[in-house]
Ligand binder design. Structure first.
Ligand SMILES: Cc1cc2nc3c(=O)[nH]c(=O)nc-3n(C[C@H](O)[C@H](O)[C@H](O)COP(=O)(O)O)c2cc1C
Length: 182
């Protein structure tokens, strides 16, 4: 079984998960810099990790979703990396934003927490996040998540711990070894 890990990351959190999985699974790890179907069609198992920006999984649409029918006979494992804790309602929002119900029947979807590093963002994302900061600041009643978010602008958050890396790896291994999985 030929396995490949593909990742797309803006500030490095998804890349750290991808590199860890690559070491543990002893397989190739490549960054999705305009990859095409031909670059991945030789593999039986495709593990795609992308970070979340406005609920979208980075780079997923162009490489995986557009080529979905051509990847039909492969095992596809997608892991999304975001700043939110990954509560049930958040996961529903992520899956419904990135996959149709039909696609969800065929992909194995996982979520893991990355972090937040304001200083590493590009100028466009910095402006978006400053607007969000202003919006939260102006709110009278802030939720705990919103308070945590405000703190994260001054002190970056990193949830790519050994525990979270192992958890992701174990979930992937379970999917790979399960013959009855998608
Ligand atoms: C403009 C912007 C939008 C974001 N949208 C989401 C989101 O919808 N859901 C989420 O969980 N995290 C969101 N995040 C947080 C990133 O997904 C998080 O920082 C992630 O760990 C980044 O991973 P990367 O360094 O691999 O790109 C957003 C961050 C920015 C800057």
């Amino acid at each position: 079984m030929k396995t490949i890990i593909i990742f797309k990351s803006k500030t490095g959190f998804t890349e750290k998960y991808a590199e860890y999985l690559g070491q543990k699974l002893s397989c190739e790890v490549i960054e999705n810099k305009s990859l095409k179907l031909a670059d991945i069609s030789d593999y039986d198992t495709i593990i795609y990790g992308g970070s979340l920006y406005a609920s979208g999984i980075l780079g997923l649409k162009k490489l995986i979703i557009r080529n979905f029918d051509s990847l039909e006979n492969k095992k596809i494992i997608i892991f999304a990396v975001g700043a939110t804790p990954g509560r049930k309602d958040e996961l529903i929002e992520i899956t419904s934003s990135n996959f149709t119900d039909e696609q969800m029947k065929k992909v194995n979807f996982l979520y893991t927490r990355g972090g937040f590093n304001y200083n590493k963002l590009n100028i466009f994302d910095k402006v978006l996040m400053l607007l969000l900061k202003l919006k939260i600041k102006l709110k009278r009643d802030k939720s705990n998540d919103e308070k945590g978010m405000l703190n994260a602008y001054n002190q970056s958050l990193d949830f790519v711990t050994i525990n979270n890396k192992e958890k992701l790896y174990n979930n992937i291994i379970k999917i790979i070894k399960d013959d009855t999985s998608k």
